[in-house]
Design a protein around this ligand. Structure first.
Ligand SMILES: Nc1ncnc2c1ncn2[C@@H]1O[C@H](COP(=O)(O)OP(=O)(O)O)[C@@H](O)[C@H]1O
Ligand SMILES: [Mg+2]
Length: 266
């Protein structure tokens, strides 16, 4: 029989116990999505119950960024995956299951199935926020997330220059089409401080990002400076919010957490 009103979003179901799902996305790779996801999760966890799902199945970064490389999640008696817990955040990543260096070659249906398992077969328990670190682009993973669960909001991460703007536009278009509310943009690597005199150095030229955001009515949630401590912290597996909480970068992540709490109250 014809079901004229059925859409792919009809299968959408909340995850019991999880109040708000926040997607962190970008059109481009390497702009700092995983860095933002991890630090946002840690900053939120100071006041809230938080989980972090690394849904970048092609390039999972969470195990390295959180110092959980080579750790395996336990499978409980009821055949669910127990998330790992680090820095007070519940973590799950394909990287806990597939070895670093091994390529994941899933597409279409397998991806949809894997997303199902990460969302429903992990013992997330009671969470105020589940942060989802997405792969770059506007593909199957993003789509399957939007179809499977109600996403409370998405944060887009970008660097300031025009070459990144084209990809921001695609990401904005995708979330609008899937009906996911856009919370705003995190401008990463907005500047760096000259170590000699502490003046700001513009790493990437500023382009039309701000006028685009204004035209779309999208807020810039926060600007995160570039600083070697962020990269070092990531390599060491202790994110900068934990390792340098007084630094300008960590403060930006704490501000981002506040903005998210305001826009998506728990
Ligand atoms: N604000 C920053 N300052 C310094 N290095 C950064 C900053 N943000 C990200 N990086 C570094 O840039 C690289 C890419 O970041 P990552 O979060 O993995 O990006 P993505 O997930 O978008 O591919 C990493 O080595 C990370 O440490
Ligand atoms: Mg990443």
């Amino acid at each position: 029989m014809n079901q004229p009103h059925s859409t792919p979003f009809d299968q959408q179901r909340p995850i019991p116990g999880v109040k708000n799902i926040i997607a962190v996305s970008s059109g481009k790779g390497g702009v700092g999505k995983s860095t933002v996801s991890v630090n946002l999760a840690l900053a939120l966890s100071k006041k809230n119950k938080v989980g972090l799902l690394d849904a970048d199945i092609y390039g999972p970064s969470l195990p390295r960024l959180t110092g959980t490389l080579n750790q395996k999640p336990v499978i409980s008696q009821d055949q669910k995956l127990e998330p790992l817990v680090r820095h007070n955040v519940k973590l799950m990543s394909i990287g806990f299951i597939v070895d670093e260096g091994a390529a994941v070659v899933w597409r279409g249906p397998m991806l949809f199935k894997a997303m199902d398992q990460f969302l429903r077969d992990v013992k997330w328990g009671e969470l105020d926020y589940l942060i989802i670190d997405l792969p770059p682009g506007t593909g199957d993973v993003q789509l399957s997330l939007a179809q499977k669960v109600p996403v409370a909001g998405s944060v887009i991460v970008s660097t300031p220059q025009n070459i990144a703007l084209a990809d921001v536009k695609k990401a904005v278009d995708m979330w609008q089409r899937t009906g996911v509310p856009l919370l705003g943009l995190v401008e990463n690597m907005a500047w760096m401080r000259n170590p000699a005199n502490n003046e700001k150095i513009q790493l990437f030229p500023r382009g039309e990002m701000d006028s685009y955001l204004d035209a779309k009515g999208l807020p810039k949630l926060v600007q995160v400076p570039f600083d070697p401590s962020v990269g070092l912290a990531g390599e060491a597996g202790v994110p900068v919010v934990e390792s340098h909480p007084q630094g300008e970068e960590a403060k930006a992540f704490f501000t981002l957490a506040e903005r998210v709490r305001e826009l998506v109250p728990s």
